[in-house]
Design a binder for this molecule. Sequence first.
Ligand code: ADP
Ligand code: MG
Length: 237
Amino acid sequence: DPSTEAYRRRHEITVVGGNVPAPITSFETGGFPPEILKEIQRAGFPSPTPIQAQSWPIAMQSQDVVAIAKTGSGKTLGYLLPGFMHIKRLQNNLRSGPTVLVLAPTRELATQILEEAMKFGRSSRISSTCLYGGAPKGPQLRDLDRGVDVVVATPGRLNDILEMRRISLKQVSYLVLDEADRMLDMGFEPQIRKIVKAIPPDRQTLMYTATWPKEVRRIAEDLLVNPVQVTIGSVDE
Ligand code: ADP
Ligand code: MG
């Protein structure tokens, strides 16, 4: 389709992989339910960012995604909104464990992601919580015990709680590694691998990163299955 090609050229979008759908260039044509559209309107966003436009339709057809785009390009909603659609499809009302798990490198980032998840998930009645180190475990465990759809966590704290057997990841079927490059720089690879072992293998896995060095490529090869790779602009390796 020439308009797809033009959009990709204009926004410096490169895609690698089979069966890549056209970008979603406006919110209204994205197939989002009204309660999600309402939150987007409330936020006042004029149109999807390029990484959202191209990674949404891939994620929404349940394919694994590697998304490489610089900071500030809207990656959070890039994975959160398809994650919400995934939750709605599954209707895991029992909430015997989270359906969506987002791993992020720091407390600060995890908190920002949680805020975005609460804001955009509110009308859809999607519940979210956050697990990070440097804070008491008690309140985090209590929030978990209430039953949540989305958990945003730093790998160290989640691994601790996993070892305490206070969380089950058996219901997780949508796993996001956000800021994968920073998580590896910070030495979280062993914890990430332990966490992934606790998640059933028939999951969808998405990796969002600002850079694409060989350590990140290697973990992507291990954890993702036939991902479509979307890059915005040029990549630092
Ligand atoms: P990244 O993870 O790529 O660094 P963020 O997801 O943190 O970027 O988004 C950066 C900012 O842009 C946030 O304040 C977010 O709310 C805002 N944002 C997200 N999507 C859009 C959009 N489609 N249009 C305008 N602003 C957006
Ligand atoms: Mg981000």
